[in-house]
Design a protein around this ligand. Structure first.
Ligand SMILES: Cc1cc2nc3c(=O)[nH]c(=O)nc-3n(C[C@H](O)[C@H](O)[C@H](O)COP(=O)(O)O)c2cc1C
Length: 404
């Protein structure tokens, strides 16, 4: 879900982190949102409304009397009210039902609208039970809070209270607009590629980056699920993974298999998007294999070549085994990487592995490791939907929305 044409009312209150609201504003615009801004008087001490106005947006200063009824028109404008940063002062005012500023007035006039709080303050203020109790109370009134980061505050104190990453805030805004298709579900997702080690340094693997699985994990959180991601050798620094995703890191087929079987028992839906090696080495050396010890001379036509020989054994077909362990109602969604006969191969795999769904990736189209993907979603009733090339983030949402 992007934020195209979504109306976001960004309310900036007087925290030292006010300057971050400018980056947030720009990111919201980039995602396609229609944004209006209100600055509290205290926020106006830190940043000027001209910053937002210079990006072409009208920014409202906190003066309800200058422009009577602006609190009503701003409330009507908003699909979502985003208070970022949200001060100790303003959060507690919301909870007490105080409406003495433009921001608190707009919120008072918007009981049914989703409101996102991004608290940012000194760690002692954030730990204050008055605030904690009020955040709990507000969660019953269409307020959603984004957890602050832990780190050094501007004053030097260490603890929880820092303004979160902009991506975490955008994620929460997008979540407000999601269909909550997976509300209450436990979803297990696998992503990345196993590594089959021959010795402590050499392994065979494949080019799967894990992007499809990560996109599914993020989308499943937005759709209301409890999500566990078994991550296989994923370059974590390169991807955004929302903090609500519980990550279990695994490397080889054998340790992946154990985690998968354990987690599968606790899940309602499994998305098996990891690229698991079909073969592993028959023997794994605990020491680095020396060149001289394992190479043999062989004839290759006219030339003498040096050949390395190692035996591979086939790994268990995990999807097939899991389908025999499944409880009633558990959904198994497989992925296949195919270069031709996509539909035929998809059908065969659904039948052989007793899958509910399969997404057949067209890997002849350079989708491995890419930000985009294309292919066919197939179900066990013969249903087929073709998905044109599109960002994996978008595709993840469509795959989840098409579960039935
Ligand atoms: C230098 C300075 C930094 C401040 N930083 C924060 C902060 O990070 N978080 C916070 O909740 N309050 C902070 N405050 C206090 C608020 O600005 C103050 O409570 C103000 O009344 C908030 O008004 P507002 O909620 O209407 O914006 C800070 C105050 C000063 C003087």
């Amino acid at each position: 879900m992007d934020l195209k044409n979504k109306k976001v009312l960004l309310c900036v209150t007087g925290s030292i982190a006010c300057y971050k609201s400018v980056d947030l504003y720009r990111k919201l615009k980039k995602e396609g949102a229609d944004v209006k801004v209100i600055l509290s008087r205290a926020a106006g001490e830190f940043i000027s409304p001209y910053i937002f106005e210079s990006f072409g947006e009208e920014a409202f200063y906190d003066d309800a009397f200058k422009n009577p009824l602006s609190h009503i028109s701003l409330s009507k404008f908003a699909d979502v009210i985003l208070i970022a940063p949200a001060t100790y002062n303003t959060i507690n005012k919301f909870a007490a039902g105080i409406a003495d500023t433009l921001i608190t007035l707009v919120v008072a006039a918007s009981p049914e609208k989703p409101k996102i709080l991004v608290p940012a303050m000194n760690p002692n203020m954030f730990a204050n039970k008055i605030l904690k109790n009020n955040l709990n109370k507000l969660s019953e009134y269409n307020f959603y809070a984004v957890s602050p980061e832990t780190g050094n505050a501007a004053c030097g104190d260490f603890g929880e209270g820092r303004f979160p990453e902009i991506e975490d805030v955008i994620f929460e805004v997008e979540s407000v607009f999601s269909e909550k298709k997976l509300k209450g579900k436990k979803v297990l997702i696998t992503a990345g590629a196993t590594r089959e080690y021959m010795d402590p340094v050499r392994f065979i693997s494949n080019g799967s980056s894990g992007k499809m699985g990560i996109s599914l994990a993020n989308e499943a959180v937005k759709q209301g699920a409890d999500v566990v991601l078994i991550a296989l050798n994923i370059d974590r620094a390169s991807f955004y993974i929302n903090k609500k995703v519980k990550i279990i890191n695994r490397i080889s087929f054998m340790d992946f298999k154990e985690a998968l079987k354990d987690e599968f028992k606790k899940s309602d839906i499994l998305f098996m998007s990891a690229a698991v090696s079909d073969y592993g080495f028959k023997e794994k050396s605990s020491e680095k294999i020396k060149k001289s010890r394992t190479t043999v001379a062989a004839d290759a036509g006219d030339k003498k070549s040096t050949v390395f020989k190692a035996e591979l054994v086939q790994n268990e077909d995990l999807l097939k085994s899991l389908s025999t362990l499944r409880k009633k109602g558990q959904v198994i969604f497989g992925f296949a990487a195919e270069t031709n006969y996509l539909i035929e191969n998809g059908r065969k795999k659904i039948a052989e592995k007793s899958l509910d769904f399969i997404f057949v990736n067209d890997v002849s189209k350079d989708v491995i490791g890419s930000d985009e993907n294309e292919g066919f979603l197939m179900d066990n009733n013969g249903g087929i939907i073709k998905f044109e090339r599109q960002p994996k983030k978008k595709l993840a949402r469509l795959l989840i929305l098409n579960l039935h």
